[in-house]
Write a protein that binds this ligand. Sequence first.
Ligand code: DGJ
Length: 723
Amino acid sequence: MIIFQASSKTFYLHGKTSSYVIWIDPNGYPVHLHYGGRIAEDDLTYFDMRTRPVSFSPIPPDAENWFSLDIAGQEYGTYAQGDFRTPSCILTRDDGDSASRFHYESHRVFSGAPELSGLPHARGGGETLELTLCDVLSGTRVTLFYTVYEALDILVRSACIAAGKQPVTLKRADSFCVDLEEGDYETICLHGRHCAERTPERAPLAHGTYTVSSSRGASSHQMNPFLVLAKPACTEDRGEAFGALLVYSGSFSLTAEKSQAGTVRLCGGIDPLNFSWRLEAGERFYTPQAVLCRTEEGLGGLSRRYADFLRGYLLPPAWVHAPRPVVVNNWEATYFDFTNEKLFALADEAAALGVDTLVLDDGWFGKRNDDTSGLGDWFVNEEKLQGGLSAVIAHCKARGLKFGLWFEPEMVSEDSELYRLHPDWAIGKAEVSRCRGRNQLVLDMTRPEIVDHVYERMADLLKKNEISYVKWDMNRHISEFYSPKLAPARQGEFAHRYILGVYSLAERLQRSFPHVFFEGCSGGGGRFDAGMLYYFPQYWTSDDTDAFERCKIQWGTSYSYPMSAMSCHVSVCPNHQTGRTTPFSTRGAVASLGAFGYELALGNLTAEEKELVRAQIRSYRAVEPLIQTGDLYRISDPFASNLFCVAVVSKDGREGYVVGMQIHAVPADTDHRLRLKGLREDARYEIAELGLTLHGSTLMRAGVLKPSLPDFTSFVWHLKQVG
Ligand code: DGJ
């Protein structure tokens, strides 16, 4: 709910349990007053104390009252007029002056959410405050958007910067800024690396700035565009936490800055390193959205709100709740070394075991038999695949299997027809600054003619073949942010223009082929972010398919993303990434906590394992609606304990699905209780696997005994309300 109190010039943005309050002070500056528990619409202008100068505070020339930007809480941090904290935008005029002071100009409240053309964004719902500020020094207008999703305590923010009569160059253009009240906070980020994405790390926030960022041209494995500020007492189940999640897939930065007054500025958006954007008179720039969330229900409550928001307002609506294809992907089964016979055999086994889609991964095109060649040549390699894709598709179809295909649309190999024809299509300067990564170069997606070309190639294949699934991969980061087609003064636009090109390609393909299911991937989960999830309902979570490593990766990913967005496959043991052997049932149980599939030579399985595959698919289909719509409760942390355990509970509390894994066996481990979460206190639940029927209150307070199990062994319990 959004309320404007004209008498005090105050905006109240209410969530179910939170309020966010903005005041237009008598000087015309928008001042942030409160982001915390829900409050009444009382006059809060007694907080004007927060806008008074302290020693050494500069006072802006137009502040008639006793005012400084040094301490005042800001909605969009200004630059070079007395606010020394991280600025939200830097607007440089042609005379080199970058000072700016934003005054309130107008506002509008409307039902629904803004549509950001060319950028992924929340799909409607909510109620929006549009607050327009004008920089009195340059005439540039900044419109701040705040969309309130009241039931979820979610606030989606973004900014539109419009040059006035004077051109300006943006040197920074954040999506949001909020100055939280003074206090102790701890930061939680999701850092990682290839095969170990999204590891939660919590640390006290000291004075100064703490920034999580990626300057790799992609949101990256190394750091996710998500940052939490939690009160020190905040636990998994209770306590106050603020989250900021960017709907963006390019280089980003999120900053928490503890000021001299102990207040904390949380802000971020596009990574300012390597960024600048020229706005000629009258031109506009839209920042990506940031999804803010505040809760007192701990980190679990924060995650459930993010999952509900992403499922309800961001993921592609046609797919979000549709049954997902249970695939077998040939990558770990064959890598590049496949033939018709191998694929046919995989398809035969898959069909017999109840799998519904065969996904043909890397290596089907150009002259690609390893990772040194072929990218960009999206023509089937008929020497390798006799009869082309149609032969494989026909074989699948005859067995009732659908067919999926891998692409890496943004890349080019130097050893490819495309590169020989267009050596200038790769980014960077040939022979001067082009770094290779996985032996490949990156196509200049800032250029519409290149995006068009990739679209045409992919569209041609999708039109001519019965392809129901596309895996879109991206296997290197951008090192040289340079396009010879951009003017020297506009090279700072490269990184953002690149990701806009990627989004435009994804958008076009999805519009043209609405029946095709798209899965995102970037060397595993390297670009697993809310921007990509707008186009791709699921994302390959990690190249690490080891069941124990996946417990950790999926645990971390669940901090800000729904389970149904995580693509999870059962693979072979010894595992190809870790060499570890885990039981087949454990691999199935862990993969069932996401969009389920297989990634191994099904023909090599024992008869017993094949029976398990059939049972796993049946059991996954039974819990799929829960995975797609239920609430996730993290119960035992695989990073901090010897046990992984999570529960998914249906929204009506009638059903639950608990999956656990003993990491290392412990002798005489007889009284290890697992206290379940999220159940209805007075409902009685049957847990068939344990032969128990107990009240929700008993299951949550007294708990159940964890079974004593060997290393890496899992347990799975289904809870059904019986009274
Ligand atoms: C990286 C992906 O994460 C893998 O699943 C596979 O598709 C390879 N790329 C293919 O090159």
